[in-house]
Design a protein around this ligand. Structure first.
Ligand SMILES: [Zn+2]
Length: 390
């Protein structure tokens, strides 16, 4: 997707629905952070009141909306949506509405207090059919996302018929970009993070009338706004919740990679976004390989994290344990890796160097540790592992 100038938010036009103001909660206090954080509230003062977040990077780029909790019993979806809300994006804007249907979440049920299935209230070309659906749609009207990602769970695995279950699948809008990104996300996940192939993720385009499930949010987003849209489903019957949340997080990271996380997209010299040269800190192009557009022919490296103990994402660590992270399996198809950098404390800053690092687990919970490798042409790739400490 081309970088584009950030669109000016439109106020929600849905009849009778006022979005809460964008409360600025303050820029991040990290020294070199270049993102700002805002929040907003919809249906304030009602039982449906819910909060969304907005992260805006310094560099212009697309807007991505991540929604969770349209169905209140699909826990991994809304937990993952909440957990990506503070992702350290390098450009563009990340909007999340993690708990779309609060009354459904509170009762642990698919539908909320208004007795309707929220994800059946978004008819294409028409106004959404409930107050809550109109308020959710108002978020799309306000932020005009280029990409919409909606996170769900299903009891059963998808085998080609949505009636039987849609677990472990990434559904995408019917455009080539969405199909490619969905397939890349599924491939990455299946290769690296799904140990039992029975749970491999499948990829399928949104179905079409009359066989489609009607009036879903992502269908309306794709058809009424031209957004690239995805609906991801994990299966809730067997894998542990923490595993399902990790899967969703990885899907989101992968789907929005090009839009919000790919640093090479910022000073790409493409002339199309017209903002290069602004920051003047591009030190990557002094290797003297003149005559060619740097990066045009360079294959990016691949970042791979090995761990000791092995399969550390599946290990329940105790406080005080250590884990060794090993980047030696990383590679560059047309050159070599010249730099290894690590974020082992979940701050999204790469504070350690070296091919291997040892991290001590000093506090409990889930911690995302990331590796960034740089190849001899200055292209980078990142990978992360999520370590659980009890
Ligand atoms: Zn659902």
């Amino acid at each position: 997707m081309q970088p584009e100038t950030e669109r000016r938010p439109l106020l929600a036009a849905a009849a009778g629905v006022a979005l809460g103001g964008l409360g600025i909660v303050g820029a991040s206090d990290r020294a070199n952070a270049e993102t700002s954080e805002d929040s907003f509230t919809i249906l304030e003062g009602t039982e449906y009141e819910t909060t969304g977040t907005v992260r805006t990077a310094d560099a212009d780029g697309p807007t991505v909306l991540v929604v969770g909790g349209l169905h209140g019993n699909e826990v991994a979806g809304y937990e993952a949506a909440a957990s990506v809300s503070d992702m350290d994006i390098v450009r563009g804007r990340l909007v999340t509405v993690p708990r779309a249907n609060v009354t459904a979440i509170e009762s642990g049920s698919r539908i909320g207090d208004d007795g309707t299935d929220l994800n059946r209230q978004f008819p294409t070309g028409e106004e959404p059919t409930t107050e809550l659906a109109r308020a959710i749609w108002g978020v799309l009207e306000r932020f005009e996302p280029d990409v919409v990602i909606d996170l769900h769970e299903s009891r059963n695995l998808y085998d080609g018929d949505v009636e039987d279950g849609v677990g472990q699948a990434i559904f995408h809008s019917r455009d080539a970009e969405a199909e490619r990104e969905a397939e890349e996300a599924a491939d990455q996940l299946n290769e690296n993070h799904v140990s039992d192939s029975a749970y491999d993720f499948t990829v399928a385009p949104f179905s079409l009338p009359p066989s489609e499930t009607p009036n879903m949010l992502v269908h309306k987003a794709a058809r009424d706004t031209d957004a690239v849209a995805f609906l991801a489903e994990t299966v809730s019957s067997e894998p542990e919740l923490s595993t399902r949340i990790r899967w969703h997080r990885r899907i989101v990271r992968s789907l929005l990679w090009e839009e919000l996380l790919d640093e090479s997209a910022i000073d790409d010299g493409d002339d199309e976004d017209g903002d290069e040269g602004e920051d003047g800190d591009d030190g990557d192009e002094e290797d003297g390989s003149d005559g060619e557009d740097d990066g045009a022919d360079n294959e990016p490296p691949e970042a791979v994290i090995g761990t000791d103990p092995a399969d550390a994402e599946d290990v329940d660590f105790s406080e005080g344990d250590t884990v060794v992270l090993d980047a030696s399996a990383s590679s560059d198809p047309d050159g070599e890796i010249v730099r290894y950098e690590w974020d082992v404390d979940g701050t999204d800053e790469f504070e350690e160097g070296g091919e291997t690092v040892e991290a001590s687990l000093s506090y409990c919970g889930e911690l995302s540790m990331a590796l960034r490798v740089t190849d001899d042409d200055g292209a980078t790739a990142t990978e992360e592992v999520v370590i659980s400490t009890e």
